[in-house]
Design a protein around this ligand. Structure first.
Ligand SMILES: [Zn+2]
Length: 262
């Protein structure tokens, strides 16, 4: 059971009123001595300088740890338009590591022509990744062994991951007629989420990159899964540190493994 980009966006709790400081005078009225300049408090994310390469705050840029990998299976992301450009979105990490990844923005009334063409392409064996908790599509549900069957038929297995909140993913699943004929592959895993940038409703709810990691691992792409897992950890640690204006002094264990791959 999984849910995709889970939880809510960043908490507004740290948004600070800049007005508080505007009356701050240059001199202490009691002594007449100059006051030290106050440190400006920055609202979360709003003034942060971001790296154009990885879109993370430059303080802990992710670019040095970017490693690409090869995989037999491919990932196509069908991203909800509200999810697509969020810097905390983890779907883009998959595309960084696996260059064959395709990313499509989902619009209910305007399906992507390129996606429709790819779904017709016999070279691919696409699976919609979605839980098997509703009876009305039970006849389409397959297990991970179906991925192996596709490889034996010399077709390229494709995991179509619906990239959005749980509600958004369900909407994409229900409102996209071109997905209706595809096999549905639920992710069965004991993994608990390690995503730190949004608070999930449950630790069993995995984010999009974690869904891809577990699918790759279970379907025989262990090396690609490990690299993506390390890159995901590096992303989490870099981003979380930048949120508290803290520069990571040493690469983490996952970062060191990635550096060794380059
Ligand atoms: Zn960067």
């Amino acid at each position: 059971m999984h849910v995709l980009e889970c939880g809510s966006a960043s908490s507004p709790a740290l948004v600070m009123q800049h007005d508080t400081f505007s009356e701050h005078s240059e001199r202490d009225p009691a002594t007449g001595h100059p006051r030290p300049p106050r440190r400006e408090f920055k609202a979360r994310g709003s003034f942060v300088e971001r790296c154009p390469g990885c879109n993370l705050p430059v303080l802990n840029c992710l670019c040095p740890y970017r490693v690409t990998a090869e995989s037999q299976a491919r990932v196509w992301l069908l991203s909800h338009p509200l999810e697509h450009h969020k810097p905390t979105n983890t779907g883009r990490l998959i595309a960084d590591v696996l260059p064959t990844t395709e990313v499509f923005t989902w619009y209910r009334t305007a399906p992507d022509d390129r996606l429709l063409a790819l779904l017709e392409d016999e070279r691919y064996a696409p699976f919609v990744i979605f839980p098997d908790d509703q009876p009305d599509y039970a006849d389409r549900v397959v297990g991970i062994a179906a991925v192996e069957d596709a490889k034996e038929q010399r077709r390229i297995p494709v995991f179509i991951i619906l990239d959005g909140t749980w509600r958004q993913a369900r909407r994409i699943f229900r409102k996209s007629p071109y997905l209706d004929g595809l096999p549905v592959l639920p992710l069965a895993t004991e993994r608990l989420t390690r995503y730190r940038l949004r608070k999930p409703a449950s630790s069993a709810h995995l984010c999009t990159a974690e869904v891809a990691i577990e699918l790759l691992r279970q379907s025989g792409d262990a090396t690609a899964a490990e690299i993506l897992d390390d890159y995901f950890d590096a992303f989490n640690d870099s981003y979380a540190a930048s949120r508290t204006y803290h520069k990571l002094e040493q690469p983490t264990a996952a970062m060191r493994r990635l550096l060794a791959q380059r």
